[in-house]
Design a protein around this ligand. Sequence first.
Ligand code: FE
Ligand code: FE
Ligand code: ZN
Length: 277
Amino acid sequence: MSVYIGNHLSSSGGFLAMGKAAMALGADTFAFFTRNPRGGAAKEIVPEDAEALIKLMKENSFGVLVAHAPYTMNVCAAKEDIREFSRNMLKEDMARMEYLPGNYYNFHPGAHVGQGSDVAIPLIADAVNNALTEDVHTTILLETMAGKGSEVGRTFEEIRAIIDRVELKDKIGVCLDTCHIWDGGYDIVGNLDGVMREFDDVIGLDRLKAVHINDSKNEFNTHKDRHELIGKGFIGEDALKAVVRHPALQGKPFILETPNDDEGYALEIKTIRSWMV
Ligand code: FE
Ligand code: FE
Ligand code: ZN
């Protein structure tokens, strides 16, 4: 039984530095923002730096990486300028990801800000179709959301509706965030198998590519989205252990997004590794 495990790392020192930082924490995958998460400005990529990371990952049997789009991205925004800015960012990020081919790029489907999901879903799919071309070697992942505000992607049905409209089906998948689905109303504490079955029925487990493993500061179904340290929140250690050990999730990259420093991440990575036996 094994999954890949890592956490969000700062990309300020470049690619190879992230690979080394991951190894220092005991990780064999990691997440990083493709650009400033709150702004959107992107640093120049040094091709040799990307190649050095690819080499390090190969030599140390890393799993697939899970890049994260900036929070400012909202491809279904009501305002056209925000929508255009976001669509362009998504497209540009696909070009940037080509320096690290074969990895994942996770993004929040977006907030419909009053337009309703019916309007938002085709806009999201259209932005993905605009970004994905035959020569893209990245799989875009839609992240399951908590349903805070007007977030799209709280229900498996909404995620499915977006995927249905994506043209290049081999380049679209889902990243399951444990804090988000718990806050969003999927009871992974009381009925993990049932939730996984529902995911399979509605979306298909073959689309589930990565996991954000977080505990939650909130009780079930509160639609809030506040991450907690592993084992310290309302999801708890037993339920998170069952997620790590779930047969459908073996071999996937698991990313910690817990409120932590390096020492805390190293400890959580160690704990999660101890669950893999
Ligand atoms: Fe996220
Ligand atoms: Fe997440
Ligand atoms: Zn979150």
